[in-house]
Design a protein around this ligand. Sequence first.
Ligand SMILES: Nc1ncnc2c1ncn2[C@@H]1O[C@H](COP(=O)(O)OP(=O)(O)OP(=O)(O)O)[C@@H](O)[C@H]1O
Ligand SMILES: [Mg+2]
Length: 325
Amino acid sequence: MMPLLEARDLTRQFEVSQGMFKPRRTLHAVNGISLDIRKGEVLGIVGESGCGKSTLARMLLGLLPPTQGGITLDGTDIRSLGRKGMARRVQPVFQDPYSSLNPRRTIASIVAFPLEVHGIGTAAERRKRTLEILDKVGLPKRFADRYPRELSGGQRQRVAIARALIMNPEIVVCDEPTSALDVSVQSQILNLLMDLRREFGLTYVFISHNLAVVEHIATRVAVMYLGRVVELAETATLFKTPRHPYTKALLASVLTPEPGQGIPETGLGLAFPDPLNPPPGCPFHPRCPERQPQCSSLEPRLVRFDRDAVTCHLYEPGQVPAPTQ
Ligand SMILES: Nc1ncnc2c1ncn2[C@@H]1O[C@H](COP(=O)(O)OP(=O)(O)OP(=O)(O)O)[C@@H](O)[C@H]1O
Ligand SMILES: [Mg+2]
């Protein structure tokens, strides 16, 4: 089956200044990521804060050009689709429904805006379509002429989802879509996303630092560490038999999240990785409980297991694979 969205060697660097008299330095936010997403899949992306999830998401949306590598949609380089062409087919839902909705516009005009931009339909047709889509996301008609400030966080996120869906996109890239919401509202929004996926045949990229959410919603999971994908696997495989030592550590941390930090307490100590000073060899080696002598100098290669993959010396040919617990 041909991938719907495919990233090849996707890389994004930022030149960051470190103060007035210091030279600018290169930060590798995303470092050579290759992955593919098939129609109907939900690709979960997990990893600690700063590992490059949102940077990857913005590139997949066509909102940020990669410094290296490329993305194809149905085999077409997305650069040839342009901003508007991409926006018809790939839409975002971001974390914060408070800042992503224009406070001076009504809900109906926020949701209808993409139709206006693309010159679709008459005003009356746009209004009709807007009310239909508001209904699909569980917002009664009476919300149409209200303003974002009159809505709860969960209701605002429903508006953001309606706006994302009004163009009938194929792919929705959700970047922490429930992290800013009350726990009680989170599952309602997740269930809504799953219902909409079924109804509209959507494909999702779903970013979250919450592993329980990803296990619930994703069909495949990519685990990121310092701008790289260290493990890619079917959801059931990843949670049952994780391969990468980092994945194992993340799974072990699920029960002890650090509240409000967005960073799971991994039990890996405080040697939190600095993307300005990535360690040599395997970037995870300073924190890895299964570190081998070569890990501090030699970068591991991607080892494939069918569609799954892991980037770790333990799995390279000639190594005895570590037992998964
Ligand atoms: N515009 C930018 N300029 C400079 N550095 C940036 C820029 N955007 C992101 N970065 C850096 O790139 C790295 C990855 O950032 P990114 O936002 O992609 O991480 P993330 O995984 O989404 O984190 P979080 O879980 O906190 O949202 C970080 O070190 C960040 O500081
Ligand atoms: Mg982010």
